[in-house]
Design a protein around this ligand. Structure first.
Ligand code: GLC
Length: 521
């Protein structure tokens, strides 16, 4: 059997650089802060880190509005800091993925500054310009993400440029104009950006809203069924697939298994599956329906089955995500630490590549953001609260960070949890070690098991060669007997609620909110 690429069995750890660790006392995290905490990531056992954008940016969308793709914003450090971080991560066997933002730039990017300078400018065609509609308003009914009007509706995805008297398209903020990927020079320029970072040695990219880059060139208004929904959640044009094939061949032309994971923000797993192409588009695609699924067994069974049904035929390797920088953390959504622990077992034992969001290993909740401290136009500050490293305030930061702390920062700090073998961080560490030592968890098949308790529990078998494991999750807060008709005796390899019971024969019953990994004796 040919060797599998690293990213199939990898656990990727997402870092939101502003909130991870600060080295220079300005209250905003930076690259040197990340470098100084590589020990934590090695100890935890992650295979790769993905950094949310570190490029020069006016920070209207905290880095997802790029004004120079080939430099580091001074708030995060310098290119030298990046090179040092990359080298030291590699020394520890940790791969590094960067966020690549191909759909739009900042209005301050020199390309857009030139584009808006006149209708005849060299970069005019690099963005999407149209005359107004018949009523003098926006060219079509598309809506942008984030900002709402007085009645709560999303605002138009068009802004009028008064000097050149045309409208430009922006699927996000007005200060994030969409690039025109129908213009070959844009394709070449964005390929150059990829080359810049791949030449520097990054192991891969996370591609921001990649399903948005191809657009129907006629820019037709949305039909009533989806009108009013931000276009970025529905855009699914065939032209994106051709663009992805070009991007894939560029990445695959580099040695060393470089990869791209794409954010395909279409809440329909059958559509997400199409972005794997014929093995010639994305290496991995985020599939977000599970992220929006309630903590209930039947709902999760459906999500896992959908992935089997739709990714199987295209041989798409799945990804699993419970938390990221755009959504409330699952610790907050699911309400209790016990459930968050069971969810960690699920996340790290399903078939596919799990993505962790920094701080979930500490069991962080979202911060409460008082009205005067809100900074994100999309209302996502809570999940971006800083990581507490030390017990005593300011928790390993030199000063009060840019956002408020999550609740109980002392109790959730790494310092406190490192000393407690029953803590959340030790659960994540043990789960990562279990994954690493099990070929079945890394690359094996999955089979959903059914039993009389399906309304409350979910169980699956992972197998590869001689390696077999069974995972069982109790989605309720009552003890549940679990009749799985497993042949032979099974031992608890890992339990979500504490080390208690591990190594012992399994009784056939799950404790309240418990998940277990079982191995044949
Ligand atoms: C993606 C990012 C989000 C960003 C948006 C616009 O959804 O995850 O943080 O605001 O794209 O770039």
């Amino acid at each position: 059997m040919p060797e599998e690429p690293w990213w199939k069995s990898a656990v990727v750890y997402q870092i939101y650089p502003r909130s991870f660790a600060d080295s220079n006392g300005d209250g905003v995290g930076d690259l040197e802060g990340i470098r100084r905490h590589l020990d934590h990531l090695s100890w935890l056992g992650v295979d790769a880190i993905w950094l949310s954008p570190i490029y020069r940016s006016p920070m209207d969308d905290f880095g997802y509005d790029v004004s120079d793709h080939c430099d580091v914003d001074p708030v995060f450090g310098t290119l030298d800091d990046f090179d040092r971080l990359l080298a030291e991560a590699h020394e520890r066997g940790i791969r590094v993925l960067l966020d690549w933002v191909p759909n739009h730039t900042s209005v301050q990017h020199p390309w857009f500054v030139d584009a808006r300078s006149s209708r005849d400018s060299a970069h005019r065609s690099w963005y999407v310009w149209r005359d107004g509609g018949d009523d003098g308003g926006p060219p079509n009914n598309w809506r942008a993400a984030f900002e709402t009007d007085a009645s709560g509706g999303f605002k138009p995805a068009w802004a009028l440029d008064p000097d050149t008297d045309q409208w430009y398209l922006h699927l996000f903020l007005p200060s994030q104009p969409d690039l025109n990927w129908g213009e070959p020079q844009v394709v070449e320029a964005m390929h150059d950006v990829l080359r810049f970072w791949l030449d520097r040695g990054v192991d891969g990219l996370r591609a921001d809203v990649i399903h948005c880059i191809g657009k129907d060139p006629r820019l037709p208004s949305d039909p009533p069924s989806v009108a009013g929904i931000p276009k970025s959640a529905t855009n699914d044009d065939p032209s994106t697939h051709e663009l992805l094939r070009g991007i894939r061949s560029l990445i695959d032309s580099y040695p060393g298994d470089r990869m791209m994971v794409g954010e395909v923000y279409l809440l329909d797993t059958s559509r997400v599956a199409t972005y794997y192409g014929d093995g010639d588009e994305l290496h991995l695609a985020f599939n977000f329906p599970p992220l929006y699924t309630r903590w209930e067994a039947p709902a999760w069974r459906k999500r896992v089955q959908e992935v089997l049904d739709h990714f199987g035929p295209v041989s798409g390797w799945p990804t699993w995500v419970l938390s990221n920088h755009d959504n409330p953390r699952h610790r907050t959504r699911y309400g209790t630490e016990a459930r968050a622990r069971a969810a960690a077992v699920l996340l790290l034992t399903l078939r596919g590549a799990p993505f962790l969001y920094a701080g979930e290993e500490l069991g962080l909740h979202d911060a409460e953001i008082p009205p005067g401290r809100a900074v994100d136009p999309g209302g996502r500050d809570g999940c971006r609260a800083p990581l507490p490293w030390e017990r005593a305030a300011p928790h390993g930061w030199d000063t009060e960070p840019w956002l408020p702390w999550p609740p109980d920062p002392s109790g959730h700090s790494l310092e406190v949890q490192r000393d407690d073998p029953t803590s959340m961080v030790h659960l994540y560490r043990r789960l990562l070690a279990t994954r690493r030592s099990s070929p079945a968890l890394g690359h094996g098949d999955i089979e959903l098991l059914s039993g009389p308790d399906d309304g409350h529990t979910l169980a699956w078998r992972r197998s590869l060669g001689d390696d077999h494991l069974v995972v069982a999750v109790n989605f309720t807060s009552e003890a549940r007997p679990l009749s799985l008709s497993l042949a032979g005796d099974w031992v608890i390899e890992l339990a979500s609620d504490a080390a208690d019971g591990e190594g012992e024969a399994w009784s056939g019953s799950l404790r309240p909110d418990q998940a277990v990994v079982l191995r044949p004796r």
